[in-house]
Ligand binder design. Structure first.
Ligand SMILES: NC(=O)c1ccc[n+]([C@@H]2O[C@H](COP(=O)([O-])OP(=O)(O)OC[C@H]3O[C@@H](n4cnc5c(N)ncnc54)[C@H](OP(=O)(O)O)[C@@H]3O)[C@@H](O)[C@H]2O)c1
Length: 300
C-alpha cells in the first residue's frame, strides 16, 4: 500500500458505506488511508459536475456503494433505476479512467437466475453467464458490464442480502432488523422457504473490500459473501433462535409471496476465487451472531 492511500467513498452514509467508514478508521488502516466521503448534495453520481470534480481530487481509489436498491419499485421506475445503476457507473468509470483512479463498484446476486445452478445447488462462480430476471438485476448487470468495458482498473464486487447497523436507507432496513421488528410487534410471519441466498454482514463485506483495495487484489469480477447458504425461512429461524423470539413463523413458497419483481430461486455466489486470494469471510452463522451480539439483540 502507498504511504497514504487516498480513497473516495460514494455513499458513506449507506448500510455498506457506514461499515467501510468504520473499517478504514480502525487502527491498522487509519494511518495509511485518507478517506474522503463523496455524498449528496455536494457529490451526486448522476451529476456530470460531480464526476468532473474527480479529476482534481487526486484519489487513488473510488469505492461506489450507491445504487437504486428498491427492487420492486424498479420494475416501474426503469429509467431512474438504470440511471443510477448502469449509466452513472459508466460515467464514473470514465471519470476514474481520465483521472487515473482505480474504481471499486459494488454489485449483486440479482444478476443471476437459477437454471442448472439451482437444479444442482452449485454456487455461481464469477465466470457464470448473467441472466437477470428483474429490472434491478438487469440494471446492475448492465452497470457491471459498462464499468468493465470503460476502465480496466476496476474491481466489481458482487454480494448478497446485506445487513448492517442502520439498514438500507432506500429499503427501510434489512431482512434481520425487519424480522426482529415484526416479531416484536407480535405479527405472524410468512417467510419464503424455497429461495436460497447467501446473506452477508455489511461489516464483513467492508473488511473484504478494504483488503481488496489496500493490498491490492487483481482487478476484475469478485464474489464476496459470508460462507454457506440458506433459505430466507432458515435464516429467520436462525435469527429467532439467537434472539430467543418466538413469532408464529410459517414457510411459504416464493410463488405464494408473489413479489412485484421476479426473484431467482437460487442466487448463491461462490467465494472460491476470493478464498484462493486469501479472503475468507466468516460463516453466515457466526456473522449473524456477531451482528446480533454487537447490537445488543442477544438476551443474556
Ligand atoms: N442491500 C442489499 O441487500 C444488497 C445486496 C446485494 C448488493 N447490494 C449492493 O450493495 C451496494 C450497497 O448497498 P446498501 O445496502 O449499502 O445501500 P444503501 O444503504 O441504500 O446506501 C446507498 C447509498 O448510496 C447513496 N446514493 C444514492 N443515490 C446517490 C447519488 N445519486 N449520488 C451519490 N450517492 C447516492 C445513498 O446516499 P444518501 O445517504 O444520500 O441516501 C446511500 O448512502 C449497492 O451497490 C447495492 O446494489 C445491496
Amino acid at each position: 500500500m502507498p504511504s497514504s492511500l487516498r480513497i473516495g467513498l460514494i455513499g458513506s452514509r449507506g448500510q455498506l458505506g457506514q461499515e467501510l467508514v468504520r473499517r478504514f478508521s480502525e487502527p491498522d488502516l487509519s494511518s495509511g488511508v485518507d478517506l474522503q466521503a463523496l455524498d449528496r448534495p455536494s457529490f451526486d453520481i448522476t451529476d456530470p459536475a460531480s464526476l468532473a470534480g474527480l479529476a482534481g481530487a487526486k484519489l487513488d481509489v473510488v469505492i461506489n456503494t450507491s445504487a437504486y436498491n428498491a427492487v420492486d419499485a424498479a420494475e416501474t421506475a426503469v429509467r431512474e433505476c438504470f440511471e443510477l445503476n448502469a449509466f452513472a457507473p459508466l460515467f464514473l468509470a470514465r471519470a476514474c479512467r481520465d483521472a487515473g483512479t482505480a474504481l471499486l463498484h459494488v454489485s449483486t446476486d440479482y444478476v443471476m437466475s437459477g437454471g442448472i445452478h439451482e437444479e444442482e445447488q452449485i454456487p455461481y462462480p464469477e465466470e457464470a453467464p448473467t441472466r437477470p430476471l428483474s429490472v434491478y438485476g438487469l440494471s446492475k448487470a448492465t452497470g457491471e458490464r459498462l464499468v468493465m468495458e470503460a476502465w480496466d482498473r476496476a474491481w466489481i464486487v458482487r454480494t448478497c442480502g446485506l445487513y448492517g447497523g442502520s439498514g438500507s436507507g432506500q429499503k427501510g432496513g434489512n431482512f434481520v432488523t425487519t424480522m426482529i421488528r415484526l416479531a416484536r410487534e407480535g405479527k405472524p410471519l410468512r417467510v419464503v422457504s424455497d429461495q436460497r441466498v447467501g446473506p452477508t454482514a455489511a461489516r464483513d463485506l467492508a473488511h473484504g473490500i478494504a483488503r481488496m483495495v489496500t493490498e491490492p487484489l487483481p482487478y476484475g469480477l469478485w464474489h464476496l459473501t459470508n460462507g454457506g447458504h440458506v433459505s430466507w425461512y432458515e435464516f429467520a429461524e436462525k435469527i429467532f433462535a439467537l434472539t430467543r423470539l418466538s413469532p408464529e413463523l410459517t414457510p411459504i413458497p416464493l410463488a405464494a409471496y408473489r413479489p412485484v419483481a421476479p426473484r431467482s430461486p437460487f442466487s448463491v455466489l461462490s467465494n472460491e476465487k476470493a478464498h484462493r486470494a486469501g479472503i475468507v469471510l466468516p460463516s453466515l452463522e457466526s456473522a449473524l451472531e456477531e451482528f446480533l451480539g454487537r447490537n445488543g439483540l442477544i438476551p443474556s
